[in-house]
Design a protein around this ligand. Structure first.
Ligand SMILES: C[S@@+](CC[C@H](N)C(=O)[O-])C[C@H]1O[C@@H](n2cnc3c(N)ncnc32)[C@H](O)[C@@H]1O
Length: 277
């Protein structure tokens, strides 16, 4: 039997108001985070009123992080998830942070003593079967392709290894969507501009909402995880918009039949799915 051809699943379509074509996306995102890095923690505190570090730590514990484990934090940014993990594990050396932005990694270095590596979700610079758990906080919208990223996540996790993806999702309730949209689209960019004086920081806030609004639906994320060999795949939602995707790496390679079926499902729901040319 021939192998199935998997299609590319970007988390959102090309956003032409920010960059012209898919090929320009990573460099736009890179510049954006490098430019806004020194304001990121300040923006985060305005966003969550200081609850972010505790939320991240508790989410890691809910997803099964325990002492003795070794965790890879992909898109570690300024290290907010990695710090929470180091607290739970009681040893900063058991947490490895990886991120493509040198600006964000510089900020992370001020707060973390564990290993920090420059790299991208789609091509992780680690050996196969290396980690007991992999986390990614609020960055899934920035990867180029969900298929490729999840394939990498499975590769670097040990069999049975745990996965935790934190994301902000478009709320299904209309009122909550209006509230969150107004907050993210109007209030936060303005507050950010006033309090930082930085155009990059303001742009980051605007881009933040647009990527949430145009992101593929949660069902697609769950489907792509399953077809990439993850089991016990679940999504928990907090406050109507905070998504926690949890899963475990299955024992073997993803079954070809499951991949084929998921390809058909995703192709038939493509009407609602953003696609790049
Ligand atoms: C919103 S920040 C999240 C930082 C941190 N995880 C947190 O919870 O606050 C998004 C991070 O994703 C990183 N990023 C962008 N593209 C990426 C990619 N392809 N692979 C891995 N990380 C990426 C950015 O450099 C940035 O540091």
């Amino acid at each position: 039997m021939g192998t199935s051809v998997t299609e590319s699943i970007p988390p959102h379509p090309v956003l032409e108001e920010y960059y012209p074509v898919q090929a320009a996306r990573q460099s736009f995102v890179g510049e954006l985070f490098d430019g806004a890095a020194r304001y990121y923690n300040h923006i985060g505190r305005m966003l969550d009123l200081g609850s972010g570090p505790m939320y991240r730590r508790q989410a890691l514990q809910r997803a099964g992080l325990k002492r003795g484990m070794r965790l890879l934090d992909v898109a570690t940014g300024t290290g907010l998830v990695a710090r929470g993990a180091a607290e739970v594990l009681g040893d900063p050396r058991r947490v490895v942070g990886v991120d493509p932005s040198s600006g964000m990694l510089r900020e992370a270095r001020m707060a973390l003593t564990g290993p920090l590596v420059r790299g991208r979700a789609e091509i992780l610079p680690f050996r196969s079967d290396s980690f007991d758990m992999l986390s990614m906080g609020f960055a899934l919208r920035h990867v180029e392709d969900l298929e490729i990223a999840f394939d990498e996540y499975r590769r670097v996790l040990k069999p049975g290894g745990r996965l935790l993806l934190l994301e902000v999702s478009r709320p299904s309730s209309r009122i909550l969507r209006w509230l969150i949209r107004t907050h993210f689209q109007r209030i936060l960019p303005l507050l950010t501009r006033i309090s930082t004086g930085s155009e990059w920081a303001e742009l980051l806030m605007k881009y933040y909402w647009d990527t949430i609004d145009r992101c593929v639906p949660p069902e697609t994320i769950l489907d792509v995880l399953r077809r990439n060999g993850f089991v016990d795949v679940k999504r928990r939602v907090y406050c109507g918009f905070l998504s926690e995707y949890v899963a475990a790496r299955g024992a073997g390679a993803p079954p070809a039949e499951a991949r084929l079926q998921m390809n058909h499902r995703i192709a038939s729901s493509a009407g609602s799915m953003p696609r790049n040319p």
